[in-house]
Design a protein around this ligand. Structure first.
Ligand code: F6P
Length: 373
């Protein structure tokens, strides 16, 4: 019996999504005679029934292309922005899934996408997920599509910042993406030889960083590169954040909820400029001129690395093998050299954070990198 497969890409885009679509599509059509349709812009396209039949014509020539030919969105099935309000549209999505007589929906995405896929699964939809995120924060897989490319881009930026920091005897504080985890900043910081690396998992003290920079100055090195993860916080802010999070959990159903949510919003808005404030603080504490570089979306753009193309092709084709065996409700996870199915229910809501004793942390400390603590 021919299997009918739907696929969508959701959440922030990453290089390698097209390689995954190509791997999935080619293996499904050529290897197993399945039929495959794509939904545009993540779960929004599934709700709106906006589709494209995937075949040899649109699946070829996309291996090396960044972004996603399907487009993406961060819209969630149960909280869909609809004309000024947020509505639960899961039932409409189930209807559209049935309209196309789909056997399975493949959702390629990060943490949010996995949560959404699990919600659809509870409504009776068969799902298979493929992990992608530049943040490397997905639980249950060793690797996710996009991280390697972003790591390469961020490392290249840290490399380039060295010469200009050196010429001007400046501190350059470079902000690297990663959401609430420090993998990208830690990896790029180590690979690029940053002098200071700040990650969300290790709250920092500006004074400790300033001392490390002054030590370098005394040793004749009058420039420093500080790689800071966008989610990194100083100790005081981390304590405040933990407190608001706790209050939020307690206020969930009470009349205080809105007030605590407003506190969190204000906190987050203030955090958006924390890298700039850190650079100013370091300038004051060290007397060295400092500059900020925010890498931003350049880390998510352009051609995927060879590693990500390979990973995406492995995951996409393995997903088809699982679909052929009707293994549903799983993430197609990369484990060592192999690929394994991991029950969605065992990973949803969990996050892969950098453990304090991770080998990367030990390596960074062993080469004398200051981690802000
Ligand atoms: O999850 C990927 C990521 O690029 C994070 O590193 C970053 O915090 C976030 O997405 C940015 O989100 P958006 O694309 O919604 O601006």
């Amino acid at each position: 019996m021919t299997k009918f497969v739907g696929v969508l890409t959701a959440g922030g885009d990453t290089p390698g999504l097209n390689a995954a679509l190509r791997g999935l599509g080619k293996a499904a059509i050529d290897g197993y005679g399945m039929q495959i349709i794509g939904f545009y812009e993540g779960f929004r396209g599934l709700m709106q029934n906006r589709t494209i039949r995937l075949d040899g014509s649109n699946l070829s020539g996309i291996l090396t292309r960044g972004g996603t030919i399907l487009g993406t969105s961060r819209d969630k099935p149960n909280n869909m922005p609809m004309g000024g309000q947020f509505l639960d549209m899961t039932d409409t999505m189930v209807e559209n899934y049935n309209r196309h007589h789909l056997d399975v929906l493949v959702c390629i995405g990060g943490g949010g996408t996995h949560k959404s896929a699990a919600k659809l699964m509870k409504k009776g939809i068969n799902v298979v997920t493929i992990p992608k995120t530049i943040d490397n924060d997905l639980f249950g897989t060793d690797h996710s599509i996009g991280f390697d490319t972003a790591l390469g881009i961020a490392t290249d930026a840290v490399d380039r910042l060295h010469s200009t920091a050196h010429s001007h005897h400046r501190i350059i504080v470079v902000e690297i993406m990663g959401h609430n985890t420090g993998w990208l900043a830690l990896g790029a910081g180590i690979a690029g030889g940053a002098d200071v690396i700040l990650i969300p998992e290790i709250p920092y003290e500006a004074q400790s960083i300033a001392e490390a920079i002054l030590d370098r100055s005394r040793g004749g090195k009058r420039f420093s590169i500080v790689a800071v993860s966008e989610g990194a916080m100083n100790r005081k802010d981390r304590e405040e954040f933990n407190q608001i999070s706790e209050d939020l959990a307690q206020a969930k159903k009470s009349s205080e909820k809105e007030k605590v949510e407003a506190r969190m919003l204000a906190f987050r808005q203030n955090q958006a400029t924390s890298t700039i404030r850190l650079a100013q603080e370091l300038e004051q504490l060290t007397g060295l001129e400092s500059r900020v570089t925010i890498l931003g979306y350049v880390q998510r753009g352009g051609t995927p690395s060879a590693y990500d193309r390979l990973l995406a092709t492995r995951l996409g084709t393995a997903a088809v093998e699982m679909i052929n065996k009707e293994m549903y409700g799983v993430m197609v996870a990369a484990r060592g050299e192999g690929i394994e199915p991991v029950e969605l229910s065992s990973i949803v809501g969990k996050r892969n954070v950098v453990p304090q004793d991770h080998p990367w942390i030990r390596s960074a400390r062993n080469v004398g990198t200051n981690l802000g603590d």
